[in-house]
Design a protein around this ligand. Structure first.
Ligand code: ADP
Ligand code: ADP
Length: 228
């Protein structure tokens, strides 16, 4: 579980981007942060992998203060999926996935089997895709590889920052279904940022509505829908 207690963020130019945030991201739950551009979603998410530090307040992961965890170790234990997946164009899909430090320590055989298993999980037939180059895949397929790469390290926490917003509606819908299904199976702590309420309602276990650096509402999709 990730706990934010009275977290504030004041950027160097004096901008108060987060105002007294109290939040819990629970294990096995997909928490979706939603709100208009500039409301502080990315700032909140980037604090979890220490790309941004709080100006005050504390963040705990499974009870330990995040400051007591080595940042490199922390980032290795967190999967991160962003809008532009950033596959290396000169490497095959299999090598792009196997770049994750955890897999590098494995034997070639074991690694190869794990990569195939992961590709299978997101509907990419390994025999078809493992030896292709990123340019030979559609945008949606490349984003799937991005998800696979985030899963490869077997992280407890996965951060997804508008991962599907650049995709066509069909690929987007498929990936939403895949991620929701994977979450049912894998039981990770997932934090997902979007500005699309339909997407949030479809995939979230909990929706955190933000505005101007504050949490306006935090509830299950059902209850968010029922509110007037
Ligand atoms: P969101 O992800 O909801 O679009 P962000 O967390 O990226 O919002 O940004 C929240 C606010 O903080 C915005 O007004 C943004 O311009 C500002 N901001 C983000 N990063 C910085 C920074 N490094 N320096 C100053 N202001 C920043
Ligand atoms: P995103 O893709 O999440 O929207 P942004 O384009 O908002 O990212 O931000 C890219 C980088 O610029 C981030 O490191 C962010 O912290 C920084 N940044 C965003 N807004 C500002 C700002 N108003 N002043 C300075 N830096 C900013």
């Amino acid at each position: 579980m990730i706990q934010f207690q009275n977290v504030n963020k004041m950027y160097d130019d004096g901008f108060h981007a987060l105002k007294n945030i109290n939040l819990e991201f629970r294990k096995g739950e997909m928490t979706v942060l939603i709100g208009p551009s500039g409301c502080g979603k990315s700032t909140t998410m980037r604090m979890i992998n220490r790309l941004v530090s709080p100006s005050s307040g504390s963040i705990k992961i499974d009870g330990s203060d995040i400051l007591s965890i080595d940042p490199v170790e922390l980032r290795r234990s967190i999967g991160y999926v962003i809008q532009s997946v950033g596959l290396f164009p000169h490497m095959t899909i299999a090598r792009n996935v196997a770049i994750v430090p955890r897999l590098k320590r494995w034997t070639a055989d074991k690694m190869s089997r794990r990569v195939d298993e992961l590709l299978d999980m997101v509907g990419l037939k390994p025999e078809l895709y493992r030896d292709r180059y990123p340019s030979e895949l559609s945008g949606g397929q490349q984003q799937r590889v991005g998800v696979v790469r985030a899963l490869a390290a077997d992280p407890d926490i996965i951060l997804m920052d508008e991962p599907f917003s650049a995709l066509d509606p069909m690929s987007r819908e498929q990936l939403q279904e895949d991620v929701a299904r994977l979450q049912q199976e894998l039981h990770k702590t997932i934090v997902f940022v979007t500005h699309d309420m339909d997407e949030a309602l479809k995939i979230a276990d909990r929706i955190v509505l933000m505005k101007d650096g504050e949490v306006v509402q935090s509830d299950t999709p059902d209850r968010i829908l029922r509110r007037p």
